[in-house]
Design a protein around this ligand. Sequence first.
Ligand code: HSE
Length: 437
Amino acid sequence: MEPIKIGLLGLGTVGGGTVQVLTRNLAEITRRAGRSLQIAHAAARDYDPNLPGLDQIGRIGKDAFAVVEDPQVHIVVELIGGYSPARELVLRAIENGKHVVTANKALIALHGNEIFAAAREKGVVVAFEAAVAGGIPLIKALREGLAANHIQWIAGIINGTGNFILSEMRDRGRDFEEVLAEAQALGYAEADPTFDVEGIDAAHKLTILGSLAFGIPLQFQKTFTEGIGKIQSQDVAYAAELGYRIKHLGIARRTERGIELRVHPTLIPQRRLLANVDGVMNAVLVQGDAVGPTLYYGAGAGALPTASAVVADIVDVARVLTTDAENRVPHLAFQPDELADLPVLPMEAVETAYYLRISALDRPGVMAEIAGILGAEGISIEAIQQKEPQAGESHVPLILLTHRVLEAKMNRAIQDIEALGSVRGSVVRIRMEPLAG
Ligand code: HSE
């Protein structure tokens, strides 16, 4: 039988890794797919001519649109990233009746609803396992392995670069900029590294996970996003003294009032497995009503791990090329006409616990003023620590851990605390999650 012909867009980190894995493991992959596979046509602006496996590619050009128009191509693999021209290329490939595999989380999070609708119309598959948590087969687990469950919540470290930066700052006291430069050199960071640092990359991935977990349309704009830029080493140290670590988490939770979709630095108890996931590794905890908590761990970025997910999708498409379109796994896990209209909650309506650091005058009555403000909002304090004043300093750091409360109440309390004459500067607020099953 003729090999299935692949059109590859992009020969960068993930594209190069995909060529390498596909050519190196071709015999084994063919045994799994039931058909041989060949990269018939690739397009890249620029590539390393020494990439392993390059000689196996039928034709390499610069024009990505020529690949999606190439009549011999069955599967278009989009690995150029970004919103445009990725969106136009993918829609054109679908229009031409080609199946699509992509690692592009930004594209799926923002334009997935449109892309899946086009794919349904044409009866083609759009597969995106590599878009979330790199090499971890998390989408497959959610969409297929956990199909029996009501998913209750998901909490995960889904940006390797951010986790790498936080781990290196904590363990080695390294400088933010230096660690970021290393993540870029290793091919972990996004082309625009502010996507990693500001949490946008994690928000893209969480948007996708939320849809897969709860059967709702993709709604990136409603995902609350806070990055790691404001985390200071003193907060990392104070959290550790209280038995917590600060991790940048993506959290999706089903509540009676709606769906929480939020990405922010989070204090989690040191003994939790997630607290011990370091470096560029990703880990995602999924709580289902039948299965309980399940944890998925692995490399969330990098050439070969991401290629592992891309090639797995190619194998899936190769297998479905012979099956009926109606019976394939739905793009967002739920049948398209079964997507729910559950509201995604604004952050003010989310309930969580908090770590607060307040720079307060070291004077009797100040603690009582602060406790009074928290009490007035019904915020209950779990722990308080007052740190030693620095020599010659009038103000001391006060560290408070609170019980769960609505974000709106905490916003009001923080505003009132910051208005106190005895308090200097802004209150540092880091949300806290127990992650108990
Ligand atoms: N920049 C991403 C990360 C790459 O650091 O996790 C994988 O999506």
